[in-house]
Design a protein around this ligand. Structure first.
Ligand code: HEC
Length: 122
């Protein structure tokens, strides 16, 4: 009796895990498409990219400091590119923080123009 019920419990988490895997593969496919599709900067797409890649550290509102990262509203396109793709800062930019907590996130490359549109970059 006891064994049977524990077997069912052990099997249950497999379904959500499989779902997450399908979702992850879907995301990869979507970002691969974005790279070739291009298109004009789209703030709504940028917001979605921000929420899934940046908000965990920078917080839900890019105009305010997040739990881990500083406010990045209005960050220039050059700063976004350097920081997100290479974990560096462009010449002439004074980093808000001297820490190096944020690693490069090169998989977000295709979203940078859209992120810029969302963040009001110049
Ligand atoms: C793991 C947490 C984390 C994630 C995820 C993250 N960041 Fe950061 N970010 C930071 C921290 C912390 C800093 C401050 C410098 C440092 O310690 O690296 C920072 C700094 C920055 C800066 C420089 C701000 C300035 O003016 O000095 C920009 C721009 C930035 N992040 C953009 C982004 C974008 C865009 C994303 C999503 C694609 C992102 N970050 C994802 C933690 C994160």
């Amino acid at each position: 009796m006891k064994r049977q019920s524990s077997r069912v419990e052990a099997g249950a988490p497999l379904a959500p895990a499989a779902g997450a895997l399908v979702f992850a593969v879907g995301l990869l496919a979507a970002s691969a498409c974005g790279k070739t599709a291009g298109g004009p900067p789209d703030a709504a797409r940028g917001r979605a990219a921000y929420m899934s890649n940046c908000a965990a550290c920078h917080g839900p509102d890019p105009a305010k400091d997040g739990a881990i990262g500083p406010a990045i509203q209005g960050a220039s396109q050059a700063l976004l590119e350097a920081r997100v793709l290479r974990a560096t800062y462009p010449p002439g930019i004074t980093p808000k923080r001297t820490t190096h907590t944020m690693v490069a996130l090169p998989h977000v490359a295709a979203e940078l123009p859209h992120l810029g549109a969302y963040l009001g970059s110049k």
